[in-house]
Design a protein. Structure first.
Length: 610
C-alpha cells in the first residue's frame, strides 16, 4: 500500500470517528418529549446503514421495517400495520446473522412494547401523544420544574438574589440542591451537542454562596384563608409543602418526630458534604413565612385521629428512616451498625470513634459512600467497601466513588456477604464473603452470580450496613391508610384513600433523591390548595435577561474543585469549593437559553401557576 493511500485511509477513519462522536452527542442531548416513533425510526435507519447487507433479514427486513414505520408517521398505517411491524421485527431478531440485525430488531420490539399507545395514537388519531408543554430538557428533567435557564442567566449578570427568588418559585431548598442534588437536569442538556452539559448544580452553588438564602426575603403570604394544614414530617418534602401552602394563605403546622428539622438532609447526609449551617439557611427562610413547628412529636394512631379532626387537610411526608437488614447469620453481633443509625446520630452531632479499627461497609450506593468516608473521618485504620457487583454497576454517583477512592478507601467488588463472624465476646471480628462472577443483564444492570471459588474471610472490627432504607408505615396502616409493602398508596395527585389526607416523598416512592421529595411536596401543596377550594397562583416578579448573542463556540465545562484528599479525610469540614466570579460568568455564557430559542418559545410564561 502506498504512503498516499495510508494517509487517505487515516483521514477517512479520523473523520468518521469525529462524525460518530458528534452523532453520539446529539443522541445524548435528545430532549424529553420527542415523538418516540420518530426517534425509533431514526435509530433504525442508523442501524440499517451499519449492516453489511449479506443476510436477507438485515438487507431486506430492516428496510421493510423502515417502510412500515414511515407509514405510521405518514398517517397511512392501519392496525394491521402495527401487527406487521411486530412480526417483522420478531422474525429479524430470530434470524439475523449478526448482532446489528438482532439488536436493531430487539430495539424496535422493546420500543413497540413501551410506546404502544403512541403507535396506536398515530394510527387512530393521526397525532403523537407527546406535547410541547415543557420542551426545555433541563426544566423537564428537574422533578420540581425549576426555571434553570432563567437563574443561570441571572447569575451570569451577577443578580444572585434575584436568582434565589426565581428558584424559590418552585423549590424552597436552593442551598440544599446547590450542595447535594444529583442534578438529573444535566443529563439531556442540549449543550452536550457542542461539548458538555452546563454545570447547573455548580451555578446554583455559586448563587447561594453569593446570596445566602436566609438573607433573601421570601415572598409575602396571601391573605389568610382560615384553613389549617398539618404536615407530618419535617424533611424536604414536608417543609416544601408547608412553605407553598403558607404562601397560599393556609396556616401550616409541621409535626417532626426528631429534635430538629431537615429529615434525611440532616440525618442522612454527613457534614462534609452538606454543612448543617447551610441547611439551616433554607430552613430559616421557610420558617420565616410563618410555618409552625412541633418537634419530638411521636405520631401514633390516636395522634393521627386528633390531627385529622383538628386540621382541614393533612400531608404525610414521613420519609424512609429505618434500616434494611442483610438477613445474615451473625448480623446481630456487636459492632454491626446500620448506616441509618450512624448517620442519624451524626445528625445530632454524636460522631462515632473508630480510632484504630478496621471498618467494612456493605453496599454500593451513595449512602455506602457516605458511611465509608465518614468512617475514614472517624479515624478508622482501614475502610473497605464490599459490593456484590462491579464498580461500574454501583448506584452511587461516580464522583462519590472517586472521592472515596482518593481518600484511601478500598473497593472490594464482586464479593457477596455471607455471614458475620463474632468473637467470644460477641463482637464482630470478620465478614465472610462469597466471590461472584458478573452475568447477564437484568433490570438494566449485569446481575452477579456465585463464582466457583471458595469463601473468603475479611477481618474487621466494625461492619456498617448500607443496603437501603425502609418506611415505618404501620401506625398509619392501623389507622386505615392503604399501603403496599410499607409504602403509602397515593394517586398521582398525592391523595390517599381517606378524604383530605395526602402523602408524598420517600414514604410513597420509596427511598429516592432530595429533589424528587421536593417535587412531591410542591405537587401536594397545589393539590391540597385545590381540595380546600382555592387556586392560588405562585408567581415571581423577576425579569429574566434576554439571551446573549454570542457565538456558541466549544468551551470546556467549569467543574467544582475539592480540597485535597489528605487535607479533608480526617475532618468533617466541607470539602467542595465554589466557582469564582470569572468561572460563573463563563459557565453562564455556555447556556444555550433553550427557554428563548427552539421549542422553548412555545412555553408559557414564568408567572403562571405550576
Amino acid at each position: 500500500m502506498s504512503r498516499l493511500s495510508v494517509v487517505s485511509t487515516d483521514k477517512v477513519n479520523s473523520t468518521t470517528e469525529k462524525l460518530m462522536k458528534e452523532f453520539t452527542q446529539r443522541i445524548v442531548a435528545n430532549p424529553p418529549g420527542v415523538c418516540p416513533v420518530d426517534m425509533q425510526l431514526a435509530f433504525l435507519k442508523v442501524c440499517h446503514a451499519q449492516t453489511c447487507g449479506k443476510c436477507v433479514p438485515c438487507r431486506v427486513g430492516l428496510g421493510k421495517l423502515e417502510e412500515l414505520m414511515e407509514s405510521v408517521l405518514d398517517n397511512t398505517a392501519t392496525m394491521r400495520t402495527l401487527d406487521l411491524i411486530e412480526k417483522t421485527a420478531e422474525n429479524i431478531k430470530n434470524s439475523a446473522d449478526c448482532a446489528i440485525g438482532f439488536e436493531s430488531a430487539r430495539m424496535i420490539l422493546a420500543g413497540f412494547e413501551g410506546f404502544k399507545e403512541d403507535y396506536i395514537s398515530h394510527v387512530k388519531e393521526h397525532k403523537c401523544t407527546g406535547t410541547f408543554e415543557q420542551p426545555i430538557p433541563c426544566v423537564t428533567l428537574c422533578p420540581a420544574n425549576v426555571d434553570i435557564p432563567g437563574y443561570i442567566a441571572l447569575a451570569g449578570e451577577g443578580r444572585c438574589a434575584d436568582a434565589v427568588r426565581l428558584i424559590r418559585k418552585d423549590n424552597p431548598f436552593p442551598t440544599a440542591c446547590a450542595l447535594i442534588c444529583e442534578h438529573p437536569c444535566e443529563a439531556r442538556c442540549r449543550r452536550n451537542m457542542i461539548d458538555d452539559s452546563v454545570n447547573i448544580r455548580g451555578m446554583k452553588r455559586y448563587i447561594v454562596d453569593q446570596a445566602p438564602t436566609n438573607t433573601v426575603p421570601t415572598p409575602a403570604c396571601a391573605p389568610s384563608t382560615g384553613k389549617k394544614v398539618a404536615i407530618i414530617g419535617g424533611g424536604p418534602s414536608g417543609l416544601t409543602a408547608a412553605y407553598f401552602l403558607q404562601l397560599m394563605g393556609h396556616q401550616t403546622t409541621v409535626f417532626e418526630e426528631k429534635a430538629q428539622l431537615g429529615g434525611m438532609l440532616r440525618y442522612g447526609i454527613p457534614n462534609y458534604r452538606f454543612p448543617r449551617e447551610r441547611l439551616q439557611e433554607d430552613i430559616d427562610a421557610i420558617l420565616s413565612t410563618g410555618v409552625e413547628v412541633k418537634l419530638n412529636a411521636n405520631i401514633g394512631t390516636a395522634e393521627i385521629e386528633k390531627i385529622r379532626h383538628d386540621y382541614d387537610a393533612v400531608y404525610m411526608a414521613i420519609g424512609a428512616h429505618t434500616d434494611k437488614k442483610l438477613g445474615l447469620e451473625g448480623e446481630d453481633s456487636s459492632n454491626v451498625i446500620s448506616a441509618v443509625d450512624m448517620l442519624r446520630e451524626i445528625g445530632d452531632n454524636n460522631y462515632p470513634d473508630f480510632t484504630g479499627k478496621r471498618v467494612v461497609v456493605v453496599g454500593g450506593g451513595n449512602v455506602a459512600m457516605d458511611c465509608a468516608r465518614t468512617a475514614m473521618r472517624a479515624n478508622a485504620k482501614t475502610v473497605s467497601i464490599v459490593y456484590r457487583r462491579r464498580q461500574e454497576d454501583m448506584t452511587a454517583l461516580p464522583e462519590e466513588v472517586e472521592g472515596a477512592i482518593a481518600e484511601g478507601i478500598e473497593l472490594v467488588t464482586l464479593k457477596a456477604p455471607l455471614r458475620v463472624e463474632a468473637d467470644a465476646s460477641g463482637n464482630a471480628c470478620a465478614l465472610w464473603v462469597q466471590p461472584q462472577i458478573i452475568g447477564p443483564v437484568k433490570g438494566g444492570r449485569p446481575a452477579p452470580r456465585k463464582a466457583n471459588k471458595p469463601e473468603e474471610r475479611m477481618e474487621c472490627d466494625v461492619v456498617l450496613v448500607a443496603i437501603g432504607q425502609d418506611i415505618v408505615s404501620k401506625p398509619f396502616e392501623d389507622f386505615g391508610i392503604a399501603a403496599n409493602r410499607g409504602r403509602l398508596c397515593a394517586d398521582e395527585t398525592g391523595a390517599l384513600n381517606m378524604v383530605g389526607i395526602y402523602a408524598g416523598g420517600d414514604c410513597v416512592s420509596g427511598p429516592s433523591t432530595v429533589i424528587k421529595a421536593i417535587g412531591a411536596g410542591k405537587v401536594a401543596a397545589a393539590n391540597i390548595d385545590e381540595y380546600l377550594g382555592y387556586h392560588h397562583p405562585i408567581s415571581v416578579d423577576v425579569e429574566i435577561p434576554e439571551p446573549l448573542l454570542n457565538d456558541k463556540v466549544p468551551c470546556g465545562r467549569v467543574n467544582l474543585a475539592e480540597k485535597e484528599a489528605w487535607a479533608r479525610k480526617r475532618n468533617f469540614d466541607h470539602i467542595e469549593y465554589s466557582m469564582s466570579d470569572e468561572e460563573a460568568v463563563q459557565e453562564a455564557s455556555r447556556c444555550l437559553r433553550c427557554d428563548r430559542h427552539g421549542c422553548g418559545v412555545l412555553r408559557g410564561g414564568r408567572q403562571d401557576r405550576w
